[in-house]
Design a protein around this ligand. Structure first.
Ligand SMILES: Cc1cc2nc3c(=O)[nH]c(=O)nc-3n(C[C@H](O)[C@H](O)[C@H](O)COP(=O)(O)OP(=O)(O)OC[C@H]3O[C@@H](n4cnc5c(N)ncnc54)[C@H](O)[C@@H]3O)c2cc1C
Ligand code: FES
Length: 234
């Protein structure tokens, strides 16, 4: 059990949750969060937004029963979390573009922060698309070389794909597929972080099985990050 430090509303139905404690995790990994002993029974997968010395943060949208209950919690309340789970984004070099849509922006914060510290990385450009409003505007610029955003359109249209060595993408399937297609056309590998319903989060229940070009894989254990070309029919 851990204790919530803050659970701030940062946009329409969007919350930044901060939990006290020393946590591990690499960019693109996730934790399973649960706020209640009884209902809903299952934990919910939420990506690591940021890890600091003494807290972990999650950016989430209140979309259904579980995240609505979570959004009503506040400082001092108890929360149960397990993790870190999943593979996270791979180690890369050169010029990197991070492309996120909606809550797909969440895992890209710690990702940008970590990449910027690496000598082998020369550029980390961040492209975010939101449906209605840009959230946490002041934060994104701090973890990127350049920050571009779009409201209500297609953020993938902003990305000059051939300028990059590798692209990481997280968000709606249609966006990640488009990035994968553009990457393939330009010889640029695109890694996508995909979503799936999850129950156990540790590879035991098969709820999150997805089809890839290499056979069935578990999103919670083999993913959530895959090479886009292995996921999408292009
Ligand atoms: C690896 C991973 C990382 C994620 N990271 C984040 C994050 O950082 N921030 C964030 O806001 N959300 C994230 N999600 C999505 C989040 O887990 C779901 O929004 C959440 O489980 C919904 O739970 P609920 O009880 O509120 O909704 P439910 O009542 O269970 O469902 C409400 C709605 O959410 C949809 N939904 C439920 N589970 C998922 C799911 N796993 N993926 C997509 N849609 C779902 C349902 O189809 C339904 O429309 C992530 C999902 C995965 C798999
Ligand atoms: S959620 Fe149980 S195997 Fe992935």
């Amino acid at each position: 059990m851990a204790i919530i430090k803050s659970n701030e509303r940062v946009g329409e139905g969007i919350f930044l949750l901060e939990i006290e404690g020393i946590f591990r995790g690499k960019p693109g990994q996730f934790y399973m969060l649960k706020v209640n002993d009884e209902y809903p029974l299952l934990s919910r997968p939420i990506s690591i937004f940021e890890i600091t010395e003494d807290t972990i943060k999650f950016l989430y949208q209140s979309s259904g029963e579980g995240t609505k209950i979570l959004s009503r919690k506040s400082e001092g309340d108890a929360i149960y979390l397990r993790g870190p789970y999943g593979n996270g984004f791979p180690s890369v070099e050169g010029k990197i573009a991070l492309v996120g849509g909606g809550m797909g922006a969440a895992p890209l914060y710690e990702t940008g922060k970590q990449l910027l510290k690496k000598p082998a990385i020369t550029t980390v450009d961040l492209f975010l698309g939101f449906s209605y409003e840009l959230v946490l505007k002041d934060k994104w610029e701090k973890i990127s070389s350049r920050f571009f955003y779009d409201i209500g359109g297609y953020v993938s249209n902003l990305v000059p794909v051939s300028n990059y060595d590798v692209i990481f993408s997280c968000g709606p399937d249609v966006m990640m597929k488009k990035m994968t297609e553009a990457g393939k056309a330009n010889g640029v590998p695109v890694y996508v972080s995909i979503e799936s319903r999850m129950a156990c989060g540790i590879g035991a229940c098969l709820t999150c099985t997805c089809h890839t070009k290499n056979g069935n894989r578990k999103v919670c254990k083999d993913g959530p990050v895959f090479l886009g070309e292995d996921i999408y029919e292009l």
